[in-house]
Design a protein around this ligand. Structure first.
Ligand code: GRF
Length: 206
């Protein structure tokens, strides 16, 4: 089975990126990470990439006059690396360029730390769930479209948080599930395809 070429976009500490690297190295994910793209020169993800020998592209927003220009550069990098799947892992910018979104339609995925549509668009969905008094939250892996956190859902997992004493506890409980689920879903793209019909996705194995 052909390995898929993956690009990861991350802005922060990069624990999901690291989990993906580890899962690939353990032979659990049939993928090769060709490039890490980040908008943050201080991102922890850069250190994980360097340790793993993965090329890094730092795209600081100051270098670009518009958001579209930055997304155009991202598309150039994806095209140059023959990327099959773009994995957003804590990427804190919204992809706005229609050409990029169209060219990579249903090839860009994101992970959000809530059961969407709960806390859609939230920058801190774990804190929001804790403050709301939710007993159950979770994670959602979805396709990226122009609707932020609104693309068709690929996978969801519920996480019980009713006994969590702090938002940090909620975050870490969900995060440990993210680290298992995201690599598994990345791997699934090498084993079949997701057919999207409206909001519904169906996995069809090759
Ligand atoms: C995760 O909670 C993920 O769900 C969200 O951003 C966070 C990224 O964490 N999209 P990390 O950088 O992967 O550690």
């Amino acid at each position: 089975m052909k390995k898929i070429n993956v690009a990861v976009l991350a802005s922060g500490r990069g624990s999901n990126f690291k989990a993906l690297i580890d899962a690939i190295n353990a032979g659990k994910v049939n993928a090769s990470i060709k490039v890490l793209i980040t908008d943050n020169p201080k991102a922890g993800a850069i250190v994980h990439a360097q340790t793993a020998g993965i090329p890094v592209e730092v795209l600081e927003k100051e270098r670009f006059s518009t958001r579209n220009d930055m997304d155009k550069k991202i598309k150039e990098i994806l095209d140059a690396n023959a990327i099959d799947l773009v994995v957003l892992a804590g990427y804190m910018r919204i992809i706005v360029d229609k050409k990029l979104l169209d060219a990579y339609k249903y090839k860009i995925i994101n992970i959000h730390p809530s059961l969407l549509p709960a806390f859609k668009g939230s920058m801190n969905a774990q804190l929001d769930a804790f403050q709301y008094g939710c007993k159950v939250s979770g994670l959602t892996i979805h396709f990226v479209t122009e609707d932020v956190d609104g693309g068709p859902i690929i996978h969801q997992e519920a996480v019980y948080i009713g006994d969590c004493k702090s938002p940090e506890e909620v975050s870490s409980r969900i995060l440990s599930k993210e680290h298992e689920a995201y690599p598994r879903i990345v791997d699934s793209f090498s084993k079949g395809k997701y057919v999207v019909d409206g909001r519904k996705t169906t996995f069809i194995p090759f």
